[in-house]
Design a protein around this ligand. Structure first.
Ligand SMILES: [Zn+2]
Length: 260
């Protein structure tokens, strides 16, 4: 069987033996696949750092036609995720990988999802920007991923009846029913949270596929509420809480310090 070439993000690795591992890759060409990397953890492995978590690499993989593991024959590093001084940036990168894994099925190519994830990982690698931006970047990425897979939460229309919703005060947001609800549709629904005007406005800006969100200044209260809404929405959508979610932080640097 011929080896296929693919552009890949390493989203998980687990040991297979003392020297080999099973690597979960999200590839631009073939979607998510799990491949055995024989000898990956030998001291002079041909894979080198290409299989570190969050690495972006070019791989050669022999895909099994029915079940079983694919076989990774080559991996060449394009970009290694660099652990800089920002812990939230590292957590953000790990979260993107976990979310990619949770939101995708095996062998379902979604090039746009790959591109969005790659762009965010490249920005978070060796991050030296304002830490307040990381939380917004992560939410922007989550909303982009949900849009690409067709599950954007309703933010300006009722998730149920599709009537436009004017955001003026607090908005009922249904975790099980896909987002904002009008007053009429809210009746009798469960798993509703009441979202502030500021948080709804921020969600709308962050959901737009532009860079306008970078102009936003999110007060810590709104940033915290955003994170809570996204955590709850994704927990309901995926059916479990993502492991890295509790580590995501919007906290500013101590004493308001900024990188020089
Ligand atoms: Zn409605």
């Amino acid at each position: 069987m011929a080896a296929e070439q693919a552009h890949a993000i390493v989203i998980r690795t687990v040991p297979f033996s003392e020297t080999s591992c099973v690597v979960t890759l999200f590839t631009r060409e073939f979607g998510k696949l799990r491949a055995l990397a024989k000898g990956a953890w030998r001291p002079k492995s041909a894979f080198d750092a290409a299989l570190d978590l969050l690495s972006i690499c070019q791989v050669l993989v022999i895909c099994k036609s029915s079940g079983g593991l694919d076989l990774l024959t080559e991996a060449r590093l394009d970009h290694r995720f660099r652990v800089g001084a920002s812990l939230p940036a590292i957590h953000g990168g790990m979260y993107v990988a976990e979310l990619l894994d949770a939101l995708t099925a095996d062998a379902d190519p979604q090039p746009e999802l790959f591109d969005v994830s790659e762009k965010t990982l490249l920005e978070l690698s060796d991050y030296d920007g304002a830490e307040e931006t990381i939380g917004a970047l992560v939410v922007h990425t989550e909303l982009a991923m949900l849009r690409i897979i067709g599950h954007t939460p309703a933010l300006d229309r009722c998730a149920e009846c599709r009537a436009p919703i004017e955001i003026t005060g607090r908005t009922p947001f249904a975790m099980l029913d896909g987002g904002a609800l009008c007053g009429r549709c809210r009746q009798g629904k469960h798993a509703i949270v009441s979202v502030s005007y500021e948080c709804m406005a921020a969600l709308q800006h962050l959901a737009a596929p532009t860079d306008f969100w970078r102009t936003l200044t999110l007060p810590p209260r709104v940033a915290g509420e955003l994170r809570a809404v996204m955590n709850a929405f994704l927990t309901h959508f995926i059916g479990r809480r993502l492991k890295v979610a509790p580590l995501l932080s919007f906290k500013p640097r101590p004493h308001g310090a900024r990188p020089s």
